[in-house]
Design a protein around this ligand. Structure first.
Ligand code: G
Ligand code: G
Ligand code: MN
Ligand code: NA
Length: 249
């Protein structure tokens, strides 16, 4: 309840910021950053795991989500001066995704910052599959008309119906880090299953939460094209992310 009160003016008090974690290809080259929200309240960092659900309950996530999208696109526009092909991944809450102003907002932001749509990747969780198929397809096609790409985040942890995935035009699937963490003990069957699906259903695969060289090696042998995790880099403040990018370019 106290956090809820504190969240009310957090945007106005400029307590939110974004940090950026690289996503790399099989050669270790950066292809993208994922923007992740941070909240500093009275000298404490509060995790999005705590405050995102509160903002979803209050509906405030729509307004704050608009800020996130703008901030991420502003950063992307700046980064493109260094690497014109770099992409930006932004987490989108389902409430924001289905808000009636969302598509127009996405359009406005990519126009404002002159960003080619395909460089903006919107990440939604599997909970999207719980909504009505018609509703999903309508929103997805509206967004794809803007050129933006869609990713399923934390894949494998939630509800997903294979038939819905088959009927949905997804661009990326991010395999949840829980499947990567135990890859050495429990094996690769989930990862391989997603890789096989990706070929017939035509989406790209990203492995999340890669923490060790061994994991990277195993995933590489499995043909995973993109990886993200502490092994490559933790999420970075904007200035660090800029240094990382310029050093890599
Ligand atoms: O960065 P961290 O591991 O603390 O993120 C925890 C969770 O919060 C992740 O599931 C992540 O997707 C989510 N999250 C981080 N930033 C955002 C954001 O800007 N919007 C939404 N909807 N979720 C976010
Ligand atoms: O749900 P989502 O995938 O958006 O969550 C992303 C969060 O996962 C980031 O905020 C980041 O803090 C966390 N994360 C990123 N890489 C790693 C990793 O290698 N190990 C662990 N434990 N967490 C990670
Ligand atoms: Mn994510
Ligand atoms: Na994830």
């Amino acid at each position: 309840i106290m956090l809820n009160e504190a969240l009310k003016g957090a945007l106005e008090r400029q307590e939110f910021r974004l940090v950026y974690q690289p996503i790399v290809d099989s050669a270790g080259q950066i292809v993208s950053f994922e923007a992740l929200m941070r909240w500093r309240y009275q000298d404490q960092e509060i995790s999005p795991v705590e405050f995102i659900p509160l903002m979803e309950q209050s509906g405030r996530i729509v307004e704050v989500g608009i800020w996130v999208l703008e901030e991420a696109c502003k950063t992307l526009a700046k980064m493109r001066q260094c690497n014109a092909d770099i992409c930006m991944c932004v987490n989108i809450s389902l409430i924001q995704f289905y808000d009636k102003g969302f598509v127009n907002h996405v359009k406005r932001v990519i126009e404002q910052y002159a960003i080619p749509g395909h460089l903006l990747h919107l990440e939604v969780t599997e909970s999207i599959f719980r909504s009505d198929q018609m509703q999903i397809n309508q929103k997805v096609s509206q967004l794809q008309q803007c050129g933006v790409k869609l990713s399923i985040d934390d894949f494998g942890t939630g509800y997903s119906s294979l038939s819905v995935i088959q009927n949905m035009n997804i661009d990326y699937i991010k395999i949840d880090r829980s499947f990567i963490q135990h890859i050495e003990q429990k094996g690769l069957s989930i990862v391989q299953a997603v890789m096989n699906m990706s070929k017939s259903l035509n989406f790209m695969v990203i492995a999340e939460g890669v923490e060790t060289y061994k994991q990277r090696q195993i995933l590489e042998q499995c043909g995973i094209p993109y990886m993200q995790g502490y092994y490559f880099s933790r999420p970075m403040e904007q200035s660090e992310a800029w240094n990382y990018l310029t050093a890599a370019s």
